[in-house]
Design a protein around this ligand. Structure first.
Ligand SMILES: Cc1cc2nc3c(=O)[nH]c(=O)nc-3n(C[C@H](O)[C@H](O)[C@H](O)COP(=O)(O)OP(=O)(O)OC[C@H]3O[C@@H](n4cnc5c(N)ncnc54)[C@H](O)[C@@H]3O)c2cc1C
Length: 475
């Protein structure tokens, strides 16, 4: 096998593997190196997202949402199911099957595209050389014309509550519990903390979420955050804001977590503690001396707007560089870099990256919040439409939440769209497309939406921005 490649990608997560496939589609010779190891010691492509993040969490969120609906909503449909039983082992097995299918699918895609998969460690050396250490310890020196770094991120640890892998775990550990903890503590009320808290709460755990910040979901639109907090409380998530964890000690089967809030020193005792305070870029053993690649003060690989590092022909994409740590952002960067290497048009529109929280109700947004739009100084108008006025949402017994659109007064540009409610993560795609094509809110108003669908809520929200909504009162 040749050790010379047009492109060597280090990292086979959602940023690296699409980069490798697109580069091969562009007629380049490509190798993709990945060292991911699962708990059982098996290697798999797909990185955090497929093995320990997006996919397993969504599998458990889906299963546990069904449990919740069977327990609490079926009755309203006139369906009686008696006592709903849960077989956690079967639920976890289903999740593992979905993960395995997804990660093995990458190998099939590589084969089809002609990418050489290399399982093991990659290290960038000066002169566009890459040292590859295979699983069996064999070392090969690869020569590349271009290198794409896609080494991802890892969970941040908290000095006051260090991981022990058993009682105090990270998000991956929290996806692998083999029994429902009676009492679960979660540190961090961000996206991951809320999703994991929802999973175990729906299965019966008493869940306390400790959040150091005084505000709930500060990155979301204020109205959405307020509505979300109400629903999470209804689910039984005990969310304590302004609660800074000061220590955690394991005694026997319990963890005592101490924290300080406005009332002073407090503590809770739980069976398991999940630390979900965020993720940081991972570049362990990635860069030899003299490569010319630099890291910023937070450990991110420094890149320009086109993902170029200061070293010629070395690029970096995904969680290991600035920007939101999201799989789809990394994917677009990876594909754009592979196109740029091939001399094709390549651009990532960072202004329209959607965010989704897969809780119930689901939360999704793109662009500016109302607060951000107003503080930008540009005059803006807002339209919203409640799902309680949507026939489809009511028929689904899922009428919580609303769609909200923020548009500019001067030229009617859509500045941001915010959805909390059923299928928000799917509905936001229309707003992303509209913003990508620089649509105005009037463009959305004049677009026919099928009836009865959830997407009519977005249509009506756009109409409401000009006080022309039909199916709700215009305020
Ligand atoms: C619980 C959880 C849920 C999430 N849910 C979502 C979601 O719903 N939607 C979403 O968009 N994002 C979600 N994320 C975030 C998402 O997983 C990341 O943004 C995404 O995985 C980043 O992709 P990446 O390719 O940059 O890095 P990673 O997925 O971390 O992949 C990097 C890969 O590179 C490998 N690697 C690193 N260094 C080397 C080296 N030197 N040699 C060889 N291999 C190396 C790693 O082993 C890994 O396999 C979630 C994350 C978590 C933890």
């Amino acid at each position: 096998m040749s050790d010379d490649f047009d492109v060597v990608v280090i990292g086979g997560g959602p940023a690296g593997y699409p980069a490798a496939i697109r580069a091969a589609q562009n007629g380049l010779s490509v190798a993709c190196i990945d060292e991911w190891r699962n708990y059982d010691g098996s290697h798999a492509f797909g990185g955090t997202c497929l093995n320990a993040g997006c996919i397993p969490s969504k599998a458990l969120l889906e299963s546990t949402e069904l449990v919740h609906r069977a327990q609490h909503e079926f009755k309203a449909h006139g369906i009686g199911v008696g006592t709903v039983s849960v077989d956690l082992a079967a639920m976890q097995k289903r999740k593992a099957t979905i993960v395995r299918q997804s990660t093995q699918g990458i190998l099939a895609l590589f084969k089809g595209a002609g990418v050489t998969p290399l399982q093991g460690h990659g290290r960038l050396l000066p002169g566009l050389r890459v040292e590859f250490t295979a699983r069996d310890g064999a070392v090969r020196a690869l020569q590349a014309k271009n290198v794409i770094l896609a080494s991802g991120s890892q969970p941040m640890a908290l000095r006051s509550a260090p991981f022990d892998g058993k009682r105090i775990v990270d998000s991956w550990g929290a996806l692998e519990f083999d029994a429902v903890p009676g009492r679960l503590g979660v540190i961090g009320a961000g996206v991951i903390g809320l999703e994991l808290g929802s999973v175990w709460r729906r299965l019966g755990a008493e869940v306390v979420i400790l959040e150091a910040l005084p505000d709930f979901l500060p990155m979301a639109d204020g109205q959405v955050a307020k509505e979300a907090l109400r629903h999470f409380k209804k689910l039984g998530l005990d969310i304590r804001l302004g609660a800074r964890v000061t220590g955690a000690s394991v005694t026997g089967d319990e963890v005592r977590v101490s924290y300080a809030d406005a009332k002073g020193e407090q503590s809770i005792t739980v069976d398991k503690l999940v630390v979900a305070i965020g993720r940081r870029p991972y570049t362990g053993g990635l860069l030899a001396d003299g490569t010319g690649v630099t890291l910023d003060e937070r450990g991110f690989i420094e890149v320009d707007d086109h993902c170029r590092t200061p070293a010629a022909h070395v690029w970096a994409v995904g969680d290991c560089v600035r920007g939101p740590m999201l799989a789809h952002k990394g994917k677009e960067e990876g594909v754009a870099v592979a196109d740029a290497i091939a001399g094709l048009y390549a651009e990532v529109n960072y202004k329209v990256i959607p965010s989704v929280i897969y809780t119930a109700p689901e939360i999704a947004w793109v662009g500016l919040t109302e607060e951000q739009a107003r503080s930008s100084g540009r005059a803006c108008k807002v339209g919203s439409f409640p799902f309680s006025a949507s026939g489809r949402a009511r028929a689904m017994e899922a009428a919580a939440g609303f769609c909200k659109i923020v548009a500019a007064v001067d030229d009617d540009e859509i500045l941001g769209v915010h959805v909390i409610g059923p299928m928000a993560g799917e509905l936001i795609a229309e707003a992303v497309l509209a913003m990508e094509y620089s649509a105005s809110s009037e463009d959305l108003q004049r677009t026919i939406h099928a009836h009865p669908t959830l997407s009519e809520a977005l249509h009506e929200a756009a109409l409401a921005a000009d006080k022309r909504a039909i199916d709700c009162l215009n305020k």
